[in-house]
Design a protein around this ligand. Structure first.
Ligand SMILES: Cc1cc2nc3c(=O)[nH]c(=O)nc-3n(C[C@H](O)[C@H](O)[C@H](O)COP(=O)(O)O)c2cc1C
Length: 427
């Protein structure tokens, strides 16, 4: 099996990646409208699949987020939270509703107070609003709601017309985003993310070149729901509520099934990503989180790993950071989070510091690393740097657990939760 060794020294990294020796810049607060993000470290949205049947955070959800809160991230990007029940990706996915909002409120309160008590500051907490679209599984079995049939996925066996969402259905979703955003605001979140990444519904609409009607074909049509959701949320919430979006700058598939195809496999054309960023900024979005690919179908584009077969993980990271840089340039008034730093171990902090110093992005996003090493921000802020011995191995077990309908987390380092499983794996 092909394995890529985690880099240990600067010399192991390609020169094309930014690198900062000094991590002080990661401690710097960042103003965002009337709010302040106390440091430059963002814990990326990481689904735990551990909510209640109604979609409320449960015991394990609390445990996970309190670990993150103690861990000192300036920005906690709360995981995918469905706006409608049929758009849940699994029966334990978060779902904000009148019924569950108070449980979210208690969790957000605890996140803030625990971080304040442990670290002396409160994090900014953003709720990621999602409709899982093609990857919906509200009862645990696939119940896809697709923008259009994609021969690259469906082959000669297209999904029935009943799986294709109608224009009327899409017309009704902007107000669902607005309702969820209002509930998120009531629950104490600092803002919401109108998620348009990783092949879920809004992301699939962005590449719906072949769909007919009001939501397919032209740029205006493909962004119609995305932008009208942003506008509806803005109207529904107070002016200091942060409007954010995590979106795909590149899907990793050839046109007409992927956005950002340059004609050369693996090389993105970031023109449309830049246009989207600028149009989001014009609509009041101030926080952008740049990602790529699809976790189900081209995961190496989405989360660089030691076991990459298609291309070196560094290549995926370079591409991801290039996306963040293009978005930063295109939307100068916004703050931009980069993705894909976990493969680089302790050097992820240096690459983040270098990228921020060079103005390529303003916040460092860590995903899988937060499962194995939830204290990483605290160690950086304390001036100790990231410590070996807690680092994500990018082994993929967290995703395997999720696919096996279990609760994802780090089977290697989170022994409290996974001892039985660990023993099974390691004897
Ligand atoms: C178990 C698991 C759950 C995830 N959940 C979400 C999610 O809810 N929303 C999202 O936008 N991305 C999600 N991601 C993607 C991560 O946020 C991140 O983009 C990806 O892991 C790459 O970053 P990394 O290299 O720092 O891990 C998830 C990834 C994993 C492995």
């Amino acid at each position: 099996m092909n394995t890529w060794k985690r880099p240990m020294r600067r010399e192991d990294l390609p020169a094309s990646l930014p690198f900062g020796e000094n991590l002080e810049i990661l401690k710097m607060p960042l103003a965002l409208g009337k709010k302040t993000i106390p440091n430059r470290i963002c814990y990326q949205p990481m689904e735990g699949c551990d909510g209640t049947a109604t979609g409320a955070p449960d015991e394990l959800t609390h445990r996970r987020y309190l670990r993150f809160a103690k861990g000192g991230a300036g920005l906690i990007w709360f995981e995918a939270t469905a706006i409608v029940p049929e758009g849940r990706a699994n029966p334990r996915q978060m779902y904000l509703s009148e019924e569950t909002a108070d449980v979210f409120a208690a969790l957000v309160r605890d996140i803030k107070s625990v971080c304040l008590a442990e670290n002396g500051y409160e994090p900014v907490v953003i709720c990621q609003l999602t409709h899982s679209g093609r990857w919906s599984k509200p009862q645990g079995t696939p119940a896809p709601l697709i923008a259009y049939n994609k021969p690259i996925f469906e082959g000669d066996d297209p999904l029935p017309a009943s799986c294709i969402v109608s224009d009327d259905y899409l017309d009704g979703l902007a107000k669902k985003y607005a309702l969820s955003a209002k509930l998120a605001q009531r629950a104490g979140f600092d803002g919401v993310d109108i998620k348009a990444c990783h092949g879920y519904l809004l992301s699939e609409l962005l590449n719906a070149y072949t769909r007919e009607g009001r939501y397919g074909g032209s740029y205006e049509n493909r962004t119609r729901l995305f932008f009208s959701a942003v506008e509806a949320v803005k109207k529904a919430c107070s002016p200091d509520f942060i409007l954010a979006s995590r979106f795909n700058a590149y899907d990793g598939y050839a046109y007409p099934y992927g956005m950002g195809d340059s004609g050369t496999p693996g090389v993105p054309d970031l023109t449309e990503a830049a246009r989207i960023a600028s149009d989001l900024a014009a609509r009041g979005v101030t926080l952008l989180n740049v990602t790529m690919g699809c976790p189900y179908t081209n995961h190496e584009v989405n989360r660089p790993t030691s076991f990459a077969k298609e291309e070196a993980p560094y290549r995926s990271i370079e591409r991801m950071l290039a996306g963040a840089e293009a978005v930063t340039k295109a939307a100068p008034g916004t703050q931009v989070v980069c993705s894909g730093l976990s493969f680089m171990g302790t050097l992820g902090a240096n690459v983040a510091a270098g990228g921020i110093e060079e103005g390529k992005f303003s916040l460092a996003g860590f995903g899988r690393q937060t499962f194995s090493y939830p204290d990483l921000a605290r160690d950086i802020v304390k001036g100790e740097g990231m410590k070996p011995g807690k680092l994500c191995l990018t082994c993929g077990k967290c995703t395997e657990l999720m696919r096996a309908k279990q609760t994802p987390g780090c089977v290697i380092y989170d022994r409290e939760l996974y001892t039985a499983l660990y023993n099974e794996i390691h004897g």
